[in-house]
Design a protein around this ligand. Structure first.
Ligand code: CUA
Length: 316
C-alpha cells in the first residue's frame, strides 16, 4: 500500500503501513455507512413523497431486537476500531529492543540533532535503514512538533520535559521533516529532511565530519564539571545514590512509589530533585534548573547510559 492512489505520502517506516491499513479500513467502513444513509434518505424521500400511495400505517417490524442490533453493531465496530488504534499507538511509545537513541533539541526555528557518538546535525537527520530508532526530544523555548509524514510520525516537543518516539525506517531516501506546532514567525520555515541510508553508508557517514568526542565522554567531563561526581561517588563523604548503571534500574522512592529510571527520570532528578527523593537518602540534592544546557543534560544522560547496568532501553 505504498502511497495508495498517491493520495498519501510515501510509506517509509514500520508505523506507516500499520496506520495506512487502519485508515483504509476505517475509511471503507465509514464510507459504506455514509453511502447507505445517503441512499436511504433519497429512497425514503421518493417512496414517501406527499402524493405517493405508500402504506404509512405499518408498525415498525423487529421492535426491541432491531433497537438492540442498531446499538450493539455500531458499538462493536467503534470498540474494534478503538482497540486496533490503541494497540498501534502504544507501539510508538514502547522502545523496541536495541533501539538507537538520537537526541533532538528544538528551538525557534531549527532542529538540533545529536547522535550518541557526538555527530551533530541541524535540520537534517541521517538514519540507517532497518534500525529501530528512539528519539529523545525536548525544546529550548516553546512547543514544537516533530513531524515526518512519510513515517506517519508526529510528536510534540515540549520545553521542560522529554518526549520520546520510536520507529524503524523501512525505505532508503530523503523525506520531509516539518514542525507541526505553530511556534512563531518562522514556524513555516522550521523544516528539514530525514535521510535514510544503507547501514554501511550510515556507519561511514557517522564517522565523518568534525571529530568531536562521543556524547558519553563529553557527558563524563560535564558530570565532573557540574560537580555530580563530588557526591555521587562511592568514596564520597556525602551519602548520595550511586548512579552507575542507573538507566533501566528500578528506583524506590521515599513516598513508597517505585519507578524504572529512564531519561525523563534523570532529567527530573537534576532539575527538580525534590520531586522524586530516593528512599533512604536525605533531600539535599540542589536543583540545577536554569544552570545546565539541554545538550549538556543529554550528554550526562548518555554518560550514565554508558556506565551500563540494567537494560538501558527498557524505557518507561
Ligand atoms: Cu517549531 Cu513550529
Amino acid at each position: 500500500m505504498n502511497g495508495a492512489f498517491h493520495l498519501l505520502p510515501p510509506s517509509a517506516s514500520d508505523a506507516a503501513g500499520r496506520y495506512d491499513t487502519l485508515m483504509l479500513v476505517e475509511f471503507l467502513v465509514t464510507g459504506f455507512v455514509a453511502l447507505g444513509v445517503a441512499f436511504m434518505i433519497v429512497y425514503f424521500s421518493v417512496r414517501y413523497r406527499r402524493d405517493s400511495d405508500a402504506d404509512r400505517s405499518a408498525a415498525p417490524a423487529g421492535g426491541r431486537k432491531l433497537e438492540i442490533a442498531w446499538i450493539a453493531i455500531p458499538l462493536l465496530l467503534f470498540l474494534c476500531a478503538f482497540a486496533w488504534a490503541a494497540y498501534d499507538y502504544a507501539r510508538l511509545y514502547r522502545d523496541p529492543p536495541g533501539a538507537m537513541p538520537v537526541f533532538v533539541v528544538a528551538k525557534q526555528w531549527m532542529w538540533k540533532l545529536e547522535h550518541a557518538n557526538g555527530r551533530r546535525e541541524i535540520d537534517e537527520l541521517h538514519l540507517p535503514l532497518g534500525q529501530p530508532v528512539k528519539l529523545v526530544m525536548t525544546s529550548q523555548d516553546v512547543i514544537h512538533s516533530f513531524y515526518v509524514p512519510a513515517f506517519r510520525i508526529k510528536q510534540d516537543v515540549v520545553p521542560g520535559r522529554y518526549t520520546t518516539i520510536s520507529f524503524t525506517p523501512t525505505e532508503a531516501g530523503e523525506f520531509h521533516l516539518f514542525c507541526a506546532e505553530y511556534c512563531g514567525t518562522e514556524h513555516a520555515a522550521m523544516r528539514g529532511r530525514v535521510v535514510v541510508m544503507r547501514p554501511d553508508q550510515f556507519a561511514a557517514w557517522l564517522q565523518q565530519g568534525d571529530a568531536r568526542e562521543g556524547m558519553a565522554a563529553r557527558g563524563f567531563a560535564l558530570y565532573r564539571r557540574y560537580g555530580c561526581s563530588g557526591c555521587h561517588e562511592a568514596q564520597s563523604s556525602v551519602h548520595a545514590p550511586d548512579l552507575h548503571g542507573l538507566l533501566g534500574r528500578t528506583v524506590h522512592l521515599q513516598d513508597g512509589r517505585s519507578l524504572v529510571a529512564d531519561e525523563a527520570y534523570v532529567r527530573d532528578s537534576v532539575l527538580l530533585p525534590k520531586k522524586e527523593v530516593v528512599a533512604g537518602y536525605a533531600p539535599i540534592m540542589p536543583s540545577f534548573a536554569g544552570q545546565i544546557a539541554e545538550e549538556d543534560l543529554l550528554a550526562i544522560i548518555e554518560y550514565l547510559r554508558s556506565t551500563g547496568g540494567g537494560d538501558a532501553r527498557a524505557g518507561h
